[in-house]
Design a protein around this ligand. Structure first.
Ligand SMILES: *[C@@H]1O[C@H](CO)[C@@H](O)[C@H](O)[C@H]1NC(C)=O
Length: 846
């Protein structure tokens, strides 16, 4: 029975290894093969002939057997649960050694044997079943059934298993004639075991159990946590129980596993065995400890499993196990809501809602008004249901309209025609998510958006956002029937678009108007002979992207192409033609120098989805630095490029009549800071400041400076360098970039406490130069806000313009002037880091 074990053994602490229980195969009765009376003399010759024939036949059979019938039988295991409705749970059922457990387990296995024996396609392959555990409700039995199936017949057995509920129902009917003590079974669930858990490479099976009683909080953690990495090739399970009438609450304070769930994973079940239809969540990767994950069970049990392989073992996880009373506030939802406004959330929000939950809110607002509800966060994701329109799994029903999956913030909104609204929340038995928080308000039906624009989808937006080129409503209703402002692009289809998006290779109008008359392809693009523009990355990628193959001629993919301005130069001075080869995970230079120093530009954590809007999550931009001056506080941003060096803007370090900003003593650099004013960063003094020698105070040309830290900093999950691009690195127009900061501009003023971020898009250099009336130099680049109704400052002078490329980010620019803080109608101007790459290396060695 490999790792599964027959019967739950009560183990308050670790149990060394899975006890292999004996197989189910019956032992043969050797007596029937015992030699009977010997043959007579006369039979001897015949005997020899027959013996020879038999030997020949057996040899033939053996050859046939081993050549053509290898591994003819496959072990098929199903794990499942069933409800026993006519029994009451007793404490003794928790102890698999107790006589009570054994007696009930025997009854259940007899029952299962009886059920399988009546199903011909299962009966012949059935080996046996074991009961692994019982839990409350009335009594739930967790079982494991084993079949020995001829290869190729697995699907037939799977399909026969689907009829097991019917079979049980019919045998229950016939059991009415059976003796009075027989079990009444219901709700039979089973599943084939996750193939990864049957892996033969497991060398170690561990099992723990934990019973949360009273107010006791137990802890479970992966072996070796936190001092040594978890063991390889190990399968572990933790069976968690609460008292009857309570739910299990599991709170992870650390989750740090390998990124690839195929290799190492933790799975949480709303069950005591690994029934796949009762999975609550599968986890791998590294989650930010600043947003712990909490799960609730539907009954009084939960199972946590962990599987690891031999490669890449990480610190692991630690979680706290406690119990919450069924029906207490955090486990329930729904009710009567009234008043002119209010809010409500899914149970346990912003943590994972429990499975198998149904609740309803009735909202009543004053007579004569109507109800408007808006969901801020909406996370009801289930694997395989991401784009489901039918909402067969978890959903929210708003006055008869079902919504499910993951929805962007503030996009789910609904208004009634009277003063009542009914909202239902349903979660099925598998997979849970963080849920939702929603607000409702009473509005005037005749004037639903006082002094604002009323979108078709009932959203209200500021009047000035109408016809400004941004889809503020979310359904474009604010951008139709517009007379475009003079400088705007008037699309043929009637939309207006901000002038930034002209000629960047992206069809923003939707009808191509903004990409007409662009005179060749924009920077970062390759012009095909047939005039098509393709991304420069597609040039020489081995595929015909132009359609006339002009992007694949004259491609010299090896090293040793002639070095030009656009080729990448390896350390050995040989050049390669690949675009952006550095740190892309492939070795392109003979000497491997394109993949050196690539421990940069990556956030340690998986992105958590609950922090919304413009707030960054802690550790999302670990290269972000806050530059502070004692008497003013935060003034500028900077980026970490090594353990000693920062990059910032030259204009941040210019003296004025009052302050000596060019002096290292003036500044304090805060690394790893998330919230201003909180003691959560690492402080460093500066050793020297090197502004660019050609910085021009008037034009802001060469607005870049280097800062050396007094002492090197140790990298952590919150302090990491960003990748520096090579001088030839291509940041194509229309590429997405992040700006981040606390909102300090040249004009001063600290805008926010929490680190902000904004997604912007690079603007075509020619377009931007036109917009900026020729003030742009080749050492500057422009980016503009792409979306969002905000008009706040998210960037800091001197802060990073982080360009995502694959899993890492490159420092494309340094916030310089214009509206670096991302105002929607003004582009921000950034110093182009590629232009200063050689200078940075000369001064810092980085
Ligand atoms: C489990 O039951 C066995 C048999 O009755 C008993 O010896 C043992 O002490 C019980 N274990 C616990 C932890 O109660």
């Amino acid at each position: 029975m490999e790792y599964m074990d027959s019967g739950l053994r009560y183990t308050p602490k670790k149990e060394a290894e899975w006890e292999t229980t004996e197989g189910f195969l019956p032992t043969y009765d050797n007596k029937q093969f015992e030699k009977k009376k010997g043959p007579g003399k006369a039979g001897a010759v015949i005997g020899i002939v027959i013996f020879a024939a038999v030997v020949a036949l057996m040899a033939g059979l053996l050859v046939w057997h081993f050549h053509f019938r290898k591994d003819i039988r496959v072990k098929r295991m199903y794990t499942g649960s069933l409800k026993i409705t006519n029994q009451v749970f007793e404490d003794a059922y928790e102890n698999s050694s107790s006589p009570e457990f054994k007696a009930l387990a025997k009854q259940v296995t007899d029952e299962l044997k009886d059920v399988y024996s009546k199903m011909p396609s299962l009966a012949k392959y059935y080996v046996g079943s074991t009961v692994q555990a019982f839990s409350e409700g009335s009594v739930i039995a967790y079982y494991l059934s084993e079949f020995n199936v001829p290869a190729g017949q697995e699907a037939a057995v799977d399909s026969a298993m689907t009829k097991i509920n019917q079979q049980i129902a019919s045998s229950q009917r016939s059991s009415l004639n059976k003796p009075g003590n027989s079990l009444l079974l219901d709700d039979v669930v089973y599943s084939a075991i996750d193939a990864r858990m049957l892996s033969t490479s497991f060398e170690q099976f561990l099992k723990y159990s934990e019973h949360a009683r009273g107010n006791f909080i137990g802890t479970i953690e992966s072996p070796g946590f936190p001092n040594t990495p978890y063991p390889p090739n190990t399968f572990i399970q933790w069976q968690l129980r609460a008292d009857p009438g309570y739910l299990v609450k599991l709170k992870f304070d650390t989750m740090n596993l390998e990124e690839n769930c195929k290799h190492d994973f933790v799975k949480i079940y709303d069950s005591l065995v690994t029934i796949e239809s009762r999975v609550l969540e599968e986890l791998c990767g590294y989650y930010s400890p600043s947003e712990p994950m909490t799960f609730l069970s539907s009954g009084n049990v939960m199972l946590v499993t962990m599987a690891t392989n031999e490669i890449h073992n990480y610190p692991g996880f630690r979680a706290h196990v406690s119990q919450v009373k069924r029906g207490s506030k955090e486990t329930t939802c729904g009710g009567q809501l009234s008043g002119v406004k209010g809010s409500f959330t899914s149970p346990n929000f912003p943590n994972y809602y429990p499975p198998d939950t149904l609740c309803q809110w009735t909202i009543t607002v004053p007579e004569g008004k109507v109800v408007k509800v808006t969901f801020n966060t909406f996370l009801l994701g289930e694997p395989g249901q991401e784009n489901s329109k039918t909402c067969k799994k978890d959903y929210v029903d708003i006055n008869g309209k079902k919504v499910c999956g993951e929805q962007p913030r503030n996009t789910v909104t609904q208004t009634t025609t009277n003063n009542k609204m009914t909202i239902t929340f349903y979660s099925d038995k598998s997979y849970v998510d963080r849920g939702f928080d929603a607000e409702y308000e009473a509005i005037d039906r005749k004037d639903p958006c006082p002094n604002q624009f009323h979108c078709k989808n009932d959203k209200c937006i500021k009047s000035e956002l109408r016809c400004d080129g941004w889809n503020d409503c979310g359904d474009y209703s604010d951008e139709t029937q517009c007379n475009c402002k003079a400088e705007y692009i008037s699309c043929k289809n009637g939309l207006c678009k901000p002038p930034f998006w002209k000629c960047d290779g992206i069809d923003d109008c939707g009808d191509g108007t903004d990409e007409l008359n662009c005179g060749g392809c924009p920077t970062g693009h390759f012009t095909c002979n047939n005039k098509k523009c393709i991304s420069a990355k597609l040039h020489c990628d081995g595929r015909d992207d132009c359609g006339d193959n002009t992007d694949e001629v004259k491609c010299n993919r090896g090293t040793g192409v002639t070095c030009t301005e656009t080729t990448y130069k390896c350390k050995n001075n040989k050049c390669i033609s690949k675009v952006n080869p550095e740190c892309d995970g492939e070795q392109d230079c003979d000497d491997g120098s394109d993949e050196e120093n690539c421990d940069c530009g990556q956030s340690a954590f998986k992105t958590t989805r609950i922090v919304g809007g413009e707030n960054a999550t802690p550790g999302e931009f670990p290269w972000q630095v806050s530059l502070q001056v004692k008497k003013y506080g935060h003034l500028c941003g900077a980026s970490i490029i090594s353990s000693r060096w920062l990059v910032t803007a030259a204009h941040c370090v210019q003296d004025n009549s009052k302050d000596r900003f060019s002096k290292p003593e003036t500044w304090e650099a805060y690394l790893g800071l998330h919230e201003q004013g909180k003691d959560n960063g690492v402080k460093r003094n500066l050793k020297q400041i090197i502004p660019h020698p050609y910085y021009n105070d008037y034009t802001y040309d060469n607005d870049i400076a280097l800062m050396e830290l007094q002492s090197p900093v140790t990298f952590t999950d919150y302090i990491k360098p960003i990748c520096l691009p090579s001088p030839q690195h291509v940041f194509p127009a229309a590429g997405f970039v992040w700006i981040s900061g606390w909102g300090a501009t040249r004009e001063g003023g600290l805008a926010t406490k929490t680190l902000q971020k904004a997604k912007v898009r690079l603007i075509n250099q020619d377009t931007c130069n036109t917009l900026m009336k020729g003030q742009l130099t080749s050492r500057m680049m422009c980016a503009g806000v792409l979306e969002g109704g905000v008009d706040a400052c998210q960037g800091d002078s001197g802060g990073p313009l982080s360009f995502p490329e694959g899993p890492r980010m490159f420092l494309a620019g340094v916030v310089s002037w214009g509206e670096g803080c991302a105002r929607r109608n003004k582009p921000g101007i950034y110093s182009k880091v590629t232009q200063f790459r050689a200078w940075i290396e000369e001064k810092t060695g980085v």
